[in-house]
Design a protein around this ligand. Structure first.
Ligand SMILES: [Fe+2]
Length: 334
């Protein structure tokens, strides 16, 4: 009898360990490695991650077609999730657990992808050189008084493409173009580097104000490099457009691919990403905002206070991307 039980549990363990998920991920954060490991330990399902840039992975999925071995696509921008969705590569999934954990407004159409964190595209300003209340909106950054003071990364980056795409959606093409032109006129330098480099450049007095995703400031403030901590301490956080449409947000999200042969395990993985355990790692190690209402944002995020978000129309983030790129080109935002 005892031998039978041992054999049975051995067989169960073997069948579980035989399961494997292949995740195409653009995310480049340490937090995710810990989450993959935990998921593996808890479920016995092993995780194989293929990491590359989101647009490369999206292209690869298109090329691989039916032969793709990928089960899940996961990335850090709704624009890229929408690219994969509009290419009809995701399958609609749901479960009672997902219904419970995922806010409806943070999903792709037909439940084809689920956001697991949000991030705000904030304005970061020098504490010394920008007065409180001087900048309240993204539009304020186009004021000629900020000529030579504005820092932002290049326009081919998806975070900027989604920001402008959302503006086209809410303000119309003309106003969006005016904004992009105004920012370009005020640039402190030809765009270079990533979001963190813009904040570092404010500290280095190359400019007074930067546009950055919120979690990068969290990373600088908690960095092992004392210079980065100083840079983070030298700036203040401005959540733009609190008196009107709200601050632009983006998401990290994940969807199950049509090609997946392990859809059940894939759904289990999404459920895990939304679980309290994973959400705590995502906010405390990567400074993203959790979507699970039971989880509090990391302390540093709490210290910036609550803010009004712009109601996201994720379909427009990708739907307007071509138009956004044309505008960037016209105004010569490099
Ligand atoms: Fe990022």
């Amino acid at each position: 009898m005892k031998a039978k039980v041992v054999l049975l549990s051995l067989l169960t363990a073997m069948s579980l360990s035989a399961q494997e998920l292949t995740i195409y991920s653009h995310r480049h954060y340490d937090s995710d490695k810990g989450i993959f490991k935990l998921f593996q330990e808890k479920t016995g399902i092993s995780v194989n991650v293929v990491q590359a840039k989101a647009n490369e992975l999206a292209k690869r999925l298109e090329v691989e077609g039916k032969n793709s071995k990928a089960d899940l696509f996961m990335t850090a921008d709704a624009g890229n999730l929408e690219q994969v969705r509009t290419n009809n590569l995701f399958v609609s999934v749901s479960s009672p657990e997902l219904e419970k954990l995922s806010p409806k407004e943070l999903r792709g159409k037909n439940n084809e992808w689920y956001a697991f964190t949000t991030r705000a595209r904030i304005i970061v300003a020098s504490k010394d050189r920008v007065k409180d209340g001087e900048i309240k909106t993204y539009e304020d950054l186009t004021d000629p008084k900020f000529k030579g003071k504005v820092l932002v990364r290049s326009s081919n980056n998806i975070y900027n493409i989604s920001l402008l795409s959302a503006m086209i959606d809410t303000l119309g093409k003309e106003k969006a173009k005016e904004w992009a032109q105004g920012i370009t006129n005020n640039l402190a330098r030809t765009p270079k580097g990533a979001d963190r480099d813009q904040i570092r450049a404010v500290y280095a007095k190359e400019g007074d104000v930067a546009i950055s995703n919120s979690y990068y400031l969290g990373h600088l403030a908690n960095s092992k490099n004392p210079k980065d901590v100083e840079a983070a301490n030298s700036v203040k956080v401005i959540f733009p457009n609190q008196d009107d449409r709200g601050t632009h947000i983006n998401v990290s999200g994940i969807g199950v691919l049509k090609t997946s042969k392990n859809k059940e395990a894939a759904v289990k993985f999404i459920e895990f990403m939304l679980s309290k355990e994973a959400q705590e790692i995502l906010t405390n190690q990567n400074y993203e905002y959790p979507v699970n209402k039971e989880v509090k944002p990391a302390k540093i995020l709490q210290s910036w206070g609550e803010f009004k978000i712009e109601k996201p129309n994720f379909e427009a983030y990708w739907g307007n991307a071509k138009e956004a790129l044309m505008i960037f080109d016209e105004v010569q935002w490099k």
